[in-house]
Every structure is written in C-alpha cells, then in structure tokens.
Design a protein around this ligand. Structure first.
Ligand code: HEM
Length: 140
C-alpha cells in the first residue's frame, strides 16, 4: 500500500438524500402524493381542514422547501428567504395529534411512491424531528 498517495485523493462528496430519492421529479411526486392522500383519505380530514381550500400553493411551497431540506437546490429560500418554519406554523394549532397525522400522511406517501425502506426510515426520523419541534399547542 502506498501511504503517500492516499492523503492527496479528494474524498467523494457524500450523496444527499435529494439525490438518493431521485432529484426534483421524485420530490414533486412525493409532495403530490402527500397532498393527494390528504384530500382523499378520511383519516387525514382533520389535517386537511387546517389547510386552505386550494392546495396548489401548499404543494409548490412544500416542494420548494423539501428540495433544499433534503440537500438539493434552495428554491424556497430563493423565493421567501429563511424558512422560519416554526413561526410560519404558529397560526395552525399543532399538538401531538396533528404532528402524528402529518407524519403518517408523509410515511404513506413515501411508501406509495416506492421510496426504498432504508431511505424511508431515515427520512421519517428526520421528519419526526422537524414535526415534533413544530408543536405549538398542549395536547388536549
Ligand atoms: C406537524 C404537523 C404539520 C402541520 C399540521 C402543518 C400544517 C401546515 C399548514 C396548514 C400550512 C399552510 C399551507 C398553506 O399556506 O398553503 C403549512 C405550510 C407549510 N408547511 Fe407545514 N405542517 C406540519 C408540518 C410540517 C413539516 C414537518 C414540514 C417540513 C418538513 C412542513 C413544511 C411546510 C412548508 C414549507 C409550508 C409553507 C410555508 C409558507 O411559506 O407559508 N410542515 N403547514
């Protein structure tokens, strides 16, 4: 083994979750499935009721945000600046129930579009951290 050559090699950059998921087209697919489920499934009716009547704007915003959050292009920041996600969610009552509904809807969406299990589990853990931090009301 030539010890002298190793330190000169540039390390491979870590692959982002954005790339592993399959880039923008797959993030769009995920967001569309997430909001389709919210519209279609009775168990998400409460979550749906917190959202505006038209979901087109919500779809675009979550898509732009997730691209950056997953390690891809910062579309959301380019349009709106710092996400301030917790502050932006303060108008919506979010307790454990809303957190869990959101996570269930996202888990189902990831499953439905065929996100590989290991990546799904990893992302769900990261989503859980963010959703938990978003709670802004005590549990009933
Ligand atoms: C914890 C439960 C959550 C609930 C109940 C919830 C609910 C909502 C609602 C009602 C809106 C407004 C939609 C609109 O203005 O069109 C919204 C916006 C948004 N949500 Fe959530 N959300 C939750 C968690 C999350 C999580 C975990 C993320 C990201 C990982 C997220 C990302 C966003 C983004 C990027 C927006 C758009 C913000 C803006 O620019 O106005 N949300 N959410």
């Amino acid at each position: 083994m030539d010890h002298a050559s190793a330190p000169d090699q540039t390390p491979e950059p870590a692959t982002s979750a954005f790339e592993r998921l399959g880039g923008e087209a797959r993030v769009r697919e995920l967001v569309d499935r997430f909001y389709d489920l919210m519209e279609l499934e009775l168990r998400f009716a409460h979550l749906r009721s917190l959202h505006p009547p038209e979901l087109d704007g919500s779809r675009d915003k979550l898509f732009w945000f997730l691209c950056g959050w997953l390690g891809g292009p910062g579309h959301y920041e380019a349009r709106f600046g710092h996400p301030r996600l917790r502050a932006r969610h303060l108008p919506y009552p979010i307790a454990s129930r809303e957190r869990d509904d959101w996570l269930l809807c996202m888990a189902q969406a990831m499953h439905d579009i065929g996100v590989p299990e290991a990546l799904l589990d990893r992302l769900l853990g990261a989503f859980h951290g963010t959703a938990d931090w978003m709670r802004n009301r005590p549990d009933a």
